[in-house]
Ligand binder design. Structure first.
Ligand code: ADP
Length: 500
């Protein structure tokens, strides 16, 4: 190799403001995650009373890999009779062995689940990515480690509940019905099951119909860990199956995470009953970037806030509010950064943005892209290539939008960010608060005092400062307004599973 060639191949940054040049410097070779070791059966049954049982009507539904559109497996469809069976199994366990064992023993089972999840972490990560389309880097480094962390955290509380609720004798509700969505399948399962078990409840849980695989794998793990039969029951099916859980007479508490529309239906069904409930619903998070913010850090924060998990995040930061003086700079840097995102095979370790979870959601997001343009917004999409098959959408920005546009007001649940500007802090806060939701917001500024002032005026359950999408089992999470009722995580999450 000649000297000149060596010189040309060396990357030389010019100034701190120069655009990062990835394209001419290196290419990413494919880095596929091996998936052969992760066993997927042809069919999965219901997990009731510690056994895998066939659904009473003998019906099954297919599950597809959204990155390839290929069928992966099929799941049993639970009907009213199956739900009744699952609730009876949960009741029997609650009134039997689960209530008799000591809190310390209860904790040991939860610790065992956490450790077994850690031991099989890679397998769970692979299956989560295959079934749901999320990049393996996220399922491997975020989802599954957090799943184990939530089980560890709540295991620790099992025999210390009197310290969490001083002066009170904590009494569990009994049988809890839990319905979870498709964006963080195993993590939402952990958020629901870990605190319920730690407080002495038993559960009937339904994963979402497009992402039931890891919940059924989890059922296998539960069987292996020797948990008394009926403490955890896992039933599969779509909305009707969920409704059968909500309406079952012998369930004491409903915990739901999903869309605001379904949350409202559930709330109506529960009105007038003595069932308790927590609802974690939609969001339309704002990212408020002030002129004094560290801009490069803020741009990374924006990328993480909206393109993490393809934007399938209820607390996603889907509205950028940037102070006028730095708006052009932030938008330019954001566009540059979009060009470096790799969209594609979820099982490639280089992938930043994976597949949209299902055909249905793919169509929904595409409809919003058309709607935004119809409403008069300017659309900008990363120029990256995307695979021919599968449900992929390029990371998207909408500029030139106004507060009343539907793309600004409604939850899109995809990799789509709207961009608005503001002049004063009050205007930024007003715009941030002006949606029917209130789940999470972010604020970027150099000044600690501004963080507190702005944060305290934001009507949202979570406010992240100079960061976004940070989760920790010790921290409560939940919404204002149409984003839901109740809190999950931390000690608040324990309180949601004991009688007051
Ligand atoms: P999304 O719109 O994000 O797909 P949904 O709210 O439709 O979310 O789904 C979240 C969970 O709620 C899923 O497990 C789904 O099967 C379940 N579900 C849907 N409709 C109902 C219903 N009417 N009652 C109870 N659960 C439901």
């Amino acid at each position: 190799m000649s000297n000149t060639e060596t010189k040309e191949a060396t990357y030389k940054p010019t100034s701190p403001n120069s655009k990062l040049d990835f394209e001419s410097v290196w290419e990413y070779a494919p880095a596929p995650q091996d998936s052969d070791f992760a066993e997927v059966k042809d069919r999965y049954e219901l997990f009731i009373g510690g056994k895998f049982v066939k659904p009473s009507k003998g019906r099954y539904f297919k599950s597809t890999n959204p990155a390839t559109e290929e069928e992966i497996t099929e799941f049993a469809e639970a009907t009213q009779k199956d739900i009744d069976k699952a609730v009876k199994a949960a009741r029997k366990a609650y009134e039997g062995e689960w209530s008799r064992i000591s809190a310390k023993e209860r904790g040991k089972y939860i610790y065992r689940i956490a450790r077994m999840l850690q031991e099989r972490a890679r397998e769970f990560a692979v299956l989560e990515s295959m079934d749901g389309g999320k990049p393996i880097r996220e399922s491997r480094d975020v989802d599954i480690p957090l799943v184990a962390a939530y089980f560890f955290y709540y295991a620790g509380w099992a025999d210390k509940l009197e310290y969490a609720f001083p002066g009170k004798k904590p009494v569990p509700y009994g049988v809890c019905g839990q319905i979870i969505p498709w964006n963080f399948p195993l993590l939402m399962l952990a958020w629901k099951i870990a605190p319920a078990l730690a407080t002495g409840n038993t559960v009937v849980l339904k994963p979402a119909e497009t992402t039931s695989l890891t919940a059924l794998k989890f059922a296998e793990l539960v069987k292996d860990c020797g948990l008394p039969d009926g403490v955890i029951n896992i039933v599969t099916g779509a909305g009707q199956t969920g409704a059968e859980i909500v309406n079952h007479q012998d369930i004491d508490k409903i915990a739901f995470t999903g869309s605001t529309n379904v949350g409202k239906i559930i709330q109506k069904s529960l009105a007038g009953t003595d069932k308790k409930y927590t609802l974690e619903l939609g969001g339309k998070g704002a990212l408020v970037i002030f002129e004094d913010a560290p801009i490069d850090q803020a741009v990374e924060g924006i990328i993480n806030a909206i393109y993490f998990n393809q934007g399938h995040v209820c607390c996603a930061g889907s509205r950028l509010l940037v102070q006028e003086g730095v708006a052009d700079k932030v938008i330019q840097k954001l566009k540059d950064r979009l060009e470096t995102l790799i969209v594609g095979d979820p099982l490639d370790k280089n992938t930043d943005v994976g597949a949209i979870n299902s055909k249905e959601q793919f169509e929904t997001v595409n409809k919003y892209l058309e709607l935004g343009v119809e409403e008069g917004a300017d659309i900008y999409q990363a120029k990256c290539s995307i695979p021919e098959n599968g449900y992929f959408i390029r990371p998207t920005l909408f500029t030139n939008v106004s507060q009343s546009n539907r793309v600004v007001q409604e939850e899109i649940f995809g990799p789509v960010l709207t961009v608005q500007t503001f002049r004063t802090a009050d205007e930024g806060i007003d715009k941030a608060n002006n949606t029917p939701y209130g789940l999470a917001n972010g604020v970027w500024t150099d000044k600690g005092s501004k963080i507190f002032k702005v944060g305290s005026k934001m009507r949202s359950g979570v406010v992240w400062a100079n960061t976004y999408n940070k989760f920790d089992p010790t921290s409560p999470f939940g919404g204002y307004k149409e984003s839901g009722v109740g809190r999950e995580g931390g000690m608040h999450g324990l309180a949601a599973y004991i009688r007051n």
